[in-house]
Design a protein around this ligand. Structure first.
Ligand code: PMP
Length: 389
C-alpha cells in the first residue's frame, strides 16, 4: 500500500496498536473491560421520548435550526446547577457548550498550545486528552503520580497548561487528596500556569459524596471541563468548558470555527432532562450500579489474581488500574485474552513515553457483574500463562 503523505504531526497521535484493541473490543460476545462507555439501563427512555416529542412539537423549528456558538442559554442555566453540586458558583454567560468535553480539550489546546509548548499531565493520563495536545504539537510531559493522583511538587518548570483529572481519574481511578489539590493550585498560581480540570466522573462517587472542584476556589486559573457523557449519555455528544472569564469570547469564536454551534436539538433535550428532578435519582441509581460492579471486580481480582498484582482502591468513576509483576508485558497479554473473549486496554496507551508496559486499565462500567467475574478469572489465567513463558 502506498504511504500517504499526512502532516508530520499525525505521527504523535493515539498509538495505532491501541486503536486495534478498541476495534476488537467492539466484537459481539466479547467481555469488554476496554472502553469508558456508561451503562444506560437506568435511563428513563419513555421520559426522553416524551421530552423529545414535546421539543419537536413546541419548538421544532428552533430545535432543528442552527443556534449560537456558545450553546443555548437554557442549557447553560442548567449547567450552572450541575456545577453547583461540586461547589462552583458558575454563571451561565461563561460556559461554552461543546461537542463532548473532547472538543472542549480541542478548544483549549487550539488557543494555548503552540508547537513545542509543554503541557504537564498526570502519569498515567487520559490517552484521548494527550492526543489532542500532541495534535497541536504540544510536548506532553507526564509528571510523577502516586496512588493519590498528581504529585504537584514534581512540576516546577515553566509550561502553558497542567492537565488534570482530579476526581476518579481516567485511567488511574484515583481521587486527588485535598492537600495535593491545594499544593497544585498554589504552584500553578505562583507560576502563572493554567489548569485544565477535566471532570467527567466527579458526580460518580460511589458514596454519593461530591468533592469541591479546583475551579470552585480558582475560577480565573482553571478551565473546567464537564461532560454529559458519563452522567447521562455519550451519544448526545455534549460537554462544556467554563474558562477564566477573559477567555470566553475566544473559546466561543473557536467553537464556531470548529462546529458552528453544538447540536441544538440534543442541547434542548439535555436541558429538559436536567429540569426534571428525576435525573438526580437516576444518577444515584447509576452510582449504586457502578459501585456494585466495582465491588465485584475488586473481589474477583482478590480471589483470582496471582501474588505480585496490585490495584488502586476505587471509590468512584469507571476504572481499576492494575500493576502486574514487572516481567509481564500487558500488551503481549492482549491477544491471548482476546482469544478467550476478554479485552482491556494495556497501560502503554496512557503514557506518551513508552511507560506502562506492566500496567493495564480495566473498566467495570459496561459489562454485567457475571461478565466481570468471568472476565477477571480469565485474565488471571492468561496472566499466569504469560508469567510462565
Ligand atoms: N476526558 C476524560 C477524562 C474522559 O474519560 C473522556 C471520555 N472517556 C473525555 C474527556 C471525553 O468525553 P466526552 O464524551 O465528553 O467527549
Amino acid at each position: 500500500m502506498a504511504t500517504i503523505d499526512y502532516a508530520r504531526r499525525v505521527e504523535s497521535y493515539y498509538p495505532s496498536k491501541v486503536r486495534e484493541v478498541f476495534a476488537l473490543a467492539a466484537k459481539p460476545d466479547m467481555i469488554s473491560f476496554a472502553g469508558g462507555a456508561p451503562a444506560l439501563d437506568d435511563l428513563d427512555f419513555d421520559f426522553l421520548a416524551d421530552a423529545s416529542a414535546r421539543i419537536l412539537r413546541e419548538q421544532g423549528r428552533a430545535a432543528l435550526q442552527y443556534s449560537i456558538g456558545q450553546g443555548v442559554p437554557v442549557l447553560r442555566e442548567a449547567i450552572t446547577q450541575v456545577m453547583s453540586l461540586e461547589g462552583m458558583t458558575a454563571e451561565a454567560n461563561r460556559q461554552v457548550v461543546t461537542v463532548g468535553s473532547q472538543f472542549a480539550l480541542n478548544l483549549v489546546a487550539q488557543n494555548f498550545v503552540d508547537p513545542g509548548d509543554v503541557v504537564l499531565a498526570e502519569s498515567p493520563s487520559y490517552a484521548g486528552g494527550m492526543a489532542v495536545f500532541r495534535a497541536y504539537e504540544g510536548e506532553v510531559r507526564q509528571v510523577a503520580t502516586d496512588a493519590d493522583g498528581l504529585v504537584p511538587a514534581a512540576e516546577g518548570r515553566r509550561c502553558r497548561l497542567v492537565y488534570t483529572i482530579p476526581t476518579y481519574q481516567n485511567p488511574g481511578g484515583t481521587l486527588m487528596p485535598e492537600h495535593c489539590r491545594v499544593e497544585l493550585m498554589e504552584i500553578c498560581e505562583r507560576h502563572d500556569v493554567y489548569v485544565i480540570e477535566d471532570n467527567p466522573y466527579g458526580l460518580l462517587g460511589f458514596d454519593g459524596a461530591t468533592h469541591r472542584a479546583l475551579k470552585a476556589d480558582h475560577p480565573e486559573r482553571v478551565f473546567y471541563l464537564g461532560s454529559f457523557s458519563k452522567i447521562f449519555a455519550p451519544g448526545l455528544r455534549l460537554g462544556w468548558v467554563d474558562p477564566p472569564a477573559e477567555h470566553v469570547a475566544m473559546l466561543v469564536g473557536t467553537n464556531e470555527t470548529g462546529v458552528l454551534n453544538p447540536p441544538t436539538f440534543t442541547q434542548l433535550l439535555v436541558a429538559a432532562y436536567l429540569r426534571d428532578d428525576g435525573w438526580q435519582d437516576a444518577l444515584g441509581h447509576m452510582r449504586q450500579v457502578y459501585a456494585r460492579k466495582a465491588g465485584v471486580m475488586v473481589d474477583a481480582l482478590r480471589e483470582h489474581m496471582p501474588a505480585g498484582v496490585t490495584w488502586n482502591d476505587v471509590a468512584g468513576g469507571f476504572y481499576v488500574w492494575l500493576t502486574l509483576p514487572e516481567h509481564v508485558d500487558a500488551y503481549d497479554m492482549v491477544a491471548p485474552a482476546i482469544d478467550r473473549g476478554v479485552v482491556y486496554v494495556p497501560g502503554v496507551a496512557f503514557y506518551v513515553d513508552g511507560r506502562g508496559t506492566h500496567e493495564l486499565r480495566m473498566s467495570f462500567c459496561l459489562p454485567s457483574t457475571e461478565q466481570i467475574a468471568t472476565g477477571v478469572e480469565v485474565l488471571a489465567d492468561v496472566l499466569r500463562q504469560e508469567s510462565a513463558r
